[in-house]
Each structure stands twice: as C-alpha cells, then as structure tokens.
Design a binder for this molecule. Structure first.
Ligand code: 2AM
Length: 175
C-alpha cells in the first residue's frame, strides 16, 4: 500500500509571506543557513507523517467539513531549534485560540485513528534551515498580525534540495 506524507497547516497570504521573507533575510545575517522559499512558508498545526493513500483520500474529502474557529496570532518572536538547526518565527506565547485549533484538530483526527504526538504544541514558521549560529538575532522586525480563518491539508514530497508541497484540501471557517 502506498503512503502519502501529510500535514495540516495555516498558510499565510502572499503579503504576510513576503513580510516573513523579510524576517528570514534579517535572521540570516545573524544565523547563516538556508532561507525557505517564500511560497512554502507555513505554520504546522498537525504533522501526520506518512499515511495510507486511502486514509489520505478520506481525510482530503472530510477536511472541508472540519470547521476552524477564526483567530489571530501575533508573530513577534524569533526562536531556534538547536537540534534541527532551524530558525523560526512565531508567537512568544501561544494564543488560547490557536492552542484550541490545534487541540480540536487532533480530537477530530482521533476519529480517523490518528493520535497526537506527546510533545507540546510549539507553533512556529520555519524561516531558515542549516543555521550556523544557534543564537537568534537580537530584536525582531515589527510584529506581524496574522488573522487566519482556514487551514489546509498538505501532501509533502521529498525532493533533492527540499520538499514540494501540494495543498489537497482546505477547511471552511466556522460561521
Ligand atoms: P519544521 O518546519 O519545524 O521542520 C512539513 O515538513 C512540516 O511538518 C514542517 O512544518 C515541519 O516542521 C513539520 N514536521 C516535519 N516533521 C515533523 C515531526 N516529526 N513532528 C512535527 N512536525 C514535523
């Protein structure tokens, strides 16, 4: 049985992604590393990893029925994951609405036999990979406000030099 590598994410609008690309360029001056392509920037809500192609189809069909409560998150923080050599942007504190979106999504996914990872949710947008200096830059650009109202289901293919992402479904906002 073939598998598909899936994740659910919030996808920024093109102007927000362009602002985040500015954050990435600024951080690269301090950290080095490789800048993520602007059109691939996202905030993962749930990483599923490889799932059976049949389950992937089921999830893609069901995703429009999963209602996300719209919310807002302030991107005001640079962070580093040392082990993965990642520099990211995200909220300094996870807003309750975003945490609820994550928790509600995993509750819904439990109905498909999928279990949440044991680690706490650390909302982040990866901006740089393979960083050379583990200290995030001092100070951040002006905070960005992200109003989200839907999430997307994404299939990820590993290619030499990076990943290709394909949006296969999107949720509808809760009325
Ligand atoms: P990252 O940017 O921190 O690497 C597609 O790979 C998305 O899924 C990315 O946002 C990536 O996070 C995330 N991801 C990949 N592997 C993961 C894992 N094992 N646990 C949680 N998220 C993961």
């Amino acid at each position: 049985m073939s598998t598909v590598r899936l994740f659910f994410a919030l996808w920024p609008s093109p102007p927000l992604a362009a602002s985040l690309a500015g954050w990435a360029e600024q951080a690269r001056l301090a950290c080095g590393g490789r800048v993520m392509r602007t059109e691939t920037l996202h905030l993962t809500l749930a990483f599923l990893g490889p799932v059976d192609a049949q389950l992937a189809d089921t999830l893609a069909c069901a995703t429009p029925e999963h209602r996300l409560t719209p919310g807002e998150v302030a991107l005001d923080h640079y962070g580093v994951f040392n082990r993965q050599r990642i520099l990211w942007a995200g909220p300094g504190n996870t807003p309750a609405g975003l945490q609820a979106a994550h928790d509600g999504l995993w509750q819904w996914l439990a109905g498909f036999g999928l279990a949440a990872p044991p680690q706490p949710f650390r909302p982040h947008i990866t901006l740089l990979r393979n960083i050379e200096h583990a200290q995030p830059p001092q100070g951040t650009p002006a905070p960005l406000s992200w109003r989200y109202d839907r999430m997307v289901l994404v299939a990820s293919e590993s290619l030499t030099g990076g990943s290709r992402y394909r949006v296969i479904a999107q949720s509808r906002p809760r009325d």
